[in-house]
Design a binder for this molecule. Structure first.
Ligand code: FAD
Length: 509
């Protein structure tokens, strides 16, 4: 074993994929000492994520990278499911008249470009060190810290560092998940798909802007319009088609023939993936936690795998900051899995249902929020799930939902105005009548206040039927109040440890 160096950090992040890089930016912005270990020399080069949503853009906004990313993004118009005759059987339009979160509901991107932006963001934080070609191979919990042992693969030297917490953002084959000893909840979907990225050599507008799910029992497939000239096809493989041979260009072109030929495009990359639908049973053991693909994997039909990982670290990030700044007990970290697991499970279950439709094994599957048009096309709206019960207070039905991001008087966005802190959206009359009573607590807890003189704030408070809503730094509703006394109790609960906050909120608790 290498000697334990004097290295110490607040948080060791294992894995510099998109999820680990985002967490490093979140913690670095808060000034925590972070060591990121990444086995590979460069970001993963094979085709993967192509879509993220408005909530994830808010996370990028929080780490100051949304504007840097914009030139690499295109708006996504939606997805259609078509049967073998070409009839649209399900329409999921992503075009929306409003932007409640301050961003478009759906963006297309190229994962290597996103990862490059996230990595280039790290040098802004002097307390973050990222070490590539360094593989973590053991972690021992030793009371007040965990010792992470790793190999520098460029020299073969073994090192160790002490961390107060270790977060495994180490992907589907996570070492940290294994060390936690977590089993997997299996949601039943495991299929091999060939994923191909091609670059168009000449315009093919007929391929379309909308993603298409070809629900063809003979060969279910997906078309995704990528960024610029990049186009993606995901094609199911049959049991007798050997993985090792299916990326052979001749076979790839044969499968693409119904859409394009080598006259139209050149192959950029192709890879066979087995899409899984699993969730880790245990996301935390003492000082070890997992996030992203280490904690859950989904078939990509909703484009939510990486998005779920970003939500994990937005949830975990502020909690680590609170605990490591001694503003909250370590118990707060137990609310991470309680809140995130039901949320990600809902998305994965919907993705599995979509997979059933694409495979036409379950064309009549019951989907939520669908309506049927005159042409007998079902239209679907995918609602954002609600967090499981965790660090929340009271009984409002807004608890566990995201607050919107209105534009404020003067033109700025809400999240930029309040920063990475708790924020109170409040009716201006209630604020006027209580400000002397709550001002000291707001100051002490660092709660930013935005009142209803901003029209969009007033409209949203009316819509949800509350006089005040307190949101956490990850923009999820902590609780709501409709009177001065409720407001005082709400603000006090935000300063309490999580067990106390939750306990007080339970009727009869
Ligand atoms: C075909 C396809 C399409 C997809 N489409 C979408 C989409 O449209 N939208 C979406 O949101 N998601 C999508 N996804 C999912 C998305 O790509 C993943 O969820 C995301 O990449 C997971 O990020 P991560 O950081 O958790 O893990 P990874 O990206 O796997 O990163 C883990 C990192 O940890 C490193 N590592 C592992 N072990 C160690 C160790 N012991 N020591 C040091 N380093 C280690 C690895 O080298 C790797 O860099 C898609 C996936 C596929 C396959």
């Amino acid at each position: 074993m290498g000697e334990i160096s004097a290295d110490r950090c607040d948080v060791a992040i294992i894995g510099l994929g998109p999820v680990g890089a985002t967490l490093a930016n979140i913690l670095g912005k808060a000034g925590l000492a972070v060591l990121v270990l990444e086995r590979e020399a460069a970001a993963y080069h094979l085709p993967r994520a192509v879509h993220f949503d408005d909530e994830v853009m808010r996370v990028f906004q929080s780490i100051g990278l949304a504007d840097t990313l914009l030139p690499y993004l295109a708006l996504s118009t939606g997805m259609r499911f078509v049967d073998p005759s070409g009839r649209v059987i399900l329409d999921w339009s992503r075009l929306q008249p409003t932007r409640p979160h301050g961003w478009n509901s759906s963006y297309r991107f190229h994962q290597p470009e996103l990862e490059a932006v996230l990595r280039k963001g790290l040098p802004r934080w002097p307390s973050v060190t990222a070490r590539q070609r360094c593989e973590a191979f053991a972690v021992e919990q030793q009371g007040v810290c965990a010792v992470v042992r790793f190999e520098d693969l460029s020299s073969g030297k073994l090192h160790a560092t002490q961390a107060k917490y270790v977060v495994g953002c180490d992907g589907a084959r996570s070492l940290i998940r294994r060390l936690i000893g977590s089993g997997l909840i299996d949601l039943g979907f495991h299929e091999r798909w060939l994923v191909i990225d091609a670059i168009l050599k000449r315009p093919r507008p007929d391929l379309g802007d909308v993603s298409v799910q070809f629900c063809d029992p003979a060969r279910p497939a997906t078309y995704v319009r990528g960024i610029g000239d990049r186009r993606r096809w995901e094609i199911t493989l049959k049991d007798d088609e050997p993985t090792a041979q299916m990326t052979d260009p001749a076979r790839v072109w044969a499968l693409l023939r119904r859409w394009i030929t080598s006259e139209d495009a050149e192959l950029e990359r192709s890879a066979v993936y087995t899409f899984h639908s699993v969730i880790a049973e245990t996301w935390r053991h003492g000082r070890l936690l997992i996030a992203g693909d280490a904690a859950h994997q989904t078939p990509p039909f909703l484009g939510q795998g990486m998005c779920a990982g970003m939500r994990d670290v937005a949830n975990l990030g502020w909690k680590l900051v609170e605990v490591l700044s001694s503003r909250a007990d370590d118990d707060l970290l137990d609310t991470y899995q309680r809140e995130r697991l039901p949320h990600v499970r809902e998305y994965i279950e919907l993705a599995v249902k979509f997979g059933g439709i694409i495979n036409t094994k379950a064309a009549d599957v019951a989907l939520p929020n669908t309506s049927t048009s005159d042409e007998n096309t079902q239209r679907i709206r995918v609602e954002k799930p609600r967090l499981g019960r965790g660090f929340h207070f009271g009984t409002s039905d807004q608890i566990g939902r995201l607050i919107p991001q209105p534009t404020l008087i003067g033109g700025g966005r809400l999240d930029d105005r309040v920063g990475e802190t708790f924020s109170l959206l409040i009716d201006k009359d209630l604020l006027g009548s209580t400000s002397h009573a709550i001002a000291p607590q707001l100051r002490e807890r660092g709660i930013a206040c935005v009142d209803s003189s901003h029209d969009e704030v007033a409209a949203w408070l009316r819509e949800v039927g509350h006089k005040a809503v307190l949101a956490r730094p990850d923009r999820y509703v902590f609780g709501a109040a409709d009177s001065a006394s409720e407001l005082v109790a709400l603000i006090a609960a935000a300063g309490a440890n999580p067990t106390a906050a939750d306990h007080k909120s339970q009727p009869g608790g």
